[in-house]
Design a protein around this ligand. Structure first.
Ligand SMILES: [Zn+2]
Length: 281
């Protein structure tokens, strides 16, 4: 099968190559990849400044924002062929630390966690991947290709969860306004989740024109205003020096209206067992 691989630590070493079919050790569920998201972490890995190959390997299959279709799954796995799925990226550390021990590996305390496509585990940037059922999330097929945004959206969902729990320390906390600094994919998703919550959404970014601005106005806001007051909640996605305000009143959005700018379509092929075409680098 084909895979998108990189030699971590070596700039511009990314290439598409033939690799062995995904090993059973990766998990009992076989998934055919439908789409792959690309984020800043992927750019850092390709530039040679981040990422780790699996132990004993020189190359890493990259890709951690996934969307796939189940090809094979054990009867008791909770999945069946045809399900649309997204793979969880991180795996708990082997110690485990107190956070990983209670299933909160996103809060790992010792840094010995591993991550698909990033840290010591091959990722989802291949024709097929295998995965453990416990680390697979079923998504609504109605999302279409936007299902690949479930993983980056989970980053924002966690930020919302923490923000709301912190805010509720005061019973008087009634947020009305959202300020998002940075209009990258995460910032745009944050703006849309703010719109879903009925907040007055403001987005600040280096660029004051172009598609990002259009997405904000189409997806997270119904009209523009020059006022930018009373920010009650701040979601930071990038630095925001020399920023341009896009201030708006909000309308509700739906998941199906998510931006697709960061989606890379991988292929559309019938679900069949992967074929071994070459050797892993
Ligand atoms: Zn841990």
């Amino acid at each position: 099968m084909r895979a998108l691989t990189v030699a971590p630590g070596i700039a511009n070493s990314a290439r598409v190559e033939d690799v062995p079919e995904p090993p059973r050790a990766d998990g009992a569920v076989l998934v055919r990849t439908l789409a792959l998201g690309v984020c800043g972490t992927d750019r850092e890995i390709v530039s040679g400044s981040y990422g780790w190959a699996p132990p004993g390997k020189k190359r890493l299959v990259i890709g951690h924002e996934s969307l796939g279709e189940v090809c094979e799954a054990p009867p008791d796995s909770g999945f069946r062929p045809g399900d649309r799925v997204v793979g969880i990226v991180r795996r708990p550390d082997p110690v485990p630390c107190p956070a990983c021990a209670v299933g909160e590996w996103d809060m790992c305390r010792n840094g010995r966690y591993t991550e698909r496509g990033i840290k010591e585990r091959n990722g989802y940037g291949a024709d097929f991947f295998r995965i453990e059922p416990d680390f697979l999330v079923k998504v609504d097929p109605a999302l279409g290709d936007a299902g690949v945004l479930v993983e980056p959206t989970s980053v924002v969902a966690k930020a919302w969860d923490h923000t709301e729990r912190i805010g509720r320390r005061s019973r008087a906390w009634q947020p009305q306004t959202l300020l998002v600094t940075g209009a990258g994919p995460i910032g745009l998703l944050a703006a849309m989740m703010g719109a879903q919550r009925g907040l007055d959404v403001h987005v600040l970014d280096h660029h004051d024109r172009g598609e990002k601005r259009n997405i904000v106005r189409r997806r997270a806001a119904s009209s523009a205003s020059s006022a930018c007051r009373r920010p009650a909640t701040i979601s930071t996605s990038t630095s925001a020096a020399s920023i341009a305000p896009w201030c708006s009143t909000t309308t509700r959005c739906s998941a199906a209206s998510m931006p697709t700018a960061s989606i890379t379509r991988v292929r559309s092929r019938r679900c069949s067992a992967p074929t071994r075409l070459g050797s892993e680098a």
